[in-house]
Design a protein around this ligand. Sequence first.
Ligand code: BG6
Length: 472
Amino acid sequence: MKKDFLWGGATAANQCEGAFLEGHKGLSIMDVMTNGSKIHERLITDGIKEEYYYPNHDGNKFYEHYQEDIALMAEMGFKCYRMSIAWTRIFPNGDEEKPNEEGLKFYDKVFAELRKYHIQPIVTLSHYEMPLYLVNEYGSWRNRKVIDFFIKYAYTVMERYKNDVSYWITFNEINAIEFMPYFPAGLIIKEDENRDQVIYQAAHHMLVASAKVVQLAHQINPQNKVGCMALFGVNYPRTCHPNDVLKAELANQDFLGIPDVQILGYYSDYQLKQYEKKNICLIMEKEDEDILRNGTVDFCSFSYYMSMVQGEKREGENHVKGNMVAGLENPYLPTNEWGWQIDPVGLRITLNYLYQKYRIPLFIVENGLGAQDQLTDDGHIHDNYRIDYLKAHLIEMKKAIEEDGIPLIGYTMWGCIDLVSAGSGEMTKRYGLVYVDKDDLGKGTYQRYRKYSFYWYQKVIETNGDILDKED
Ligand code: BG6
């Protein structure tokens, strides 16, 4: 493992900060999402209603606890911390002339704290966080005007933090727009609208915005590195029947059709064919092709939680649940408590697949296990299952680097400090190495506790991945 490998953890502003109106922050799309125990049970309400609980309003209270949390990251030896900036702290409505100084000051403090411990920030500009006002007044990314609002926001923060941040990610899981259009793009699609047309037109606007931001980032500081971020886990054929193999390969292409544009600078012929088949007519400005070509990313980051299985569905066969998407059951894999299939070898296959396709450095910016932890009376959390999960994935990651030659920049495990689940809004779906005392309805002390996995990860980082075993 290279000495400068970026070990760390990842979070998103809307899932951890809380303080949803503090410092003149505006409402974001996640501020009107209720809790629920499944992704489809979360309601998007018309404004904030008394009768519901909105888990992102307090997150894990990172806004108040950021110094303590960053000190915990430093104690684990983090080399980097993937975080996001809440767009609504900087431009509360999204279309203001001037940024909100109070919001900027909050991140000044966060970056100063990270600097103190030599932790490199990896900053996502939009992690499921856009101003609600832009959704209600402009129709979100349907509207080309939103490109300029996003660029203004991106320029503001990239300029302000140019001495603090050199790794930027434009949109979290941009391709999730196909499955859950509200999350990455704030899209609420009406019944009489052509769903595909809305989604892919909005995605196009995001791609243009992303490409312009890449160019800007390089102008602001030639050392800046900007990445795309894809939701991805390789798709397996259910059998070696050519039809299954084909189905799996086409599913891989479907997943990557949008990130492709950020990496290659153009839509693949396959993707354009899909648009043609679905009667999608992309409205493009004259300059768009040049913008896309000149704004390709420096690295490809992705989240990996599971692989998927594709094939002809047999009678009585189950679909398994997963991160936003469902696939066929893989009889060789166990699942987590939420039915997500656990597949460490799939991570190595995914790394190989992405690198062979793109030939640019990769970055695993999310991976982890959501589980229900028990806090013992004496303040311990025996999360050996999380250590087993992470260890198995790191073994495969190391093989990909050392045996397959994959250039990997780093690994940031997801939700290093317990936070609100994006899918369900639950707190009990915990990913962290640090436990936060909060329940699904927001009750608790918000006190932090180091889990067993905290000490294990500390050792992993200290030995640069040489020691992955847990101590007895
Ligand atoms: C990714 C998201 O899809 O998965 C995160 O980028 C999210 O925001 C993570 O939290 C885990 O999903 P969930 O639904 O378990 O929180």
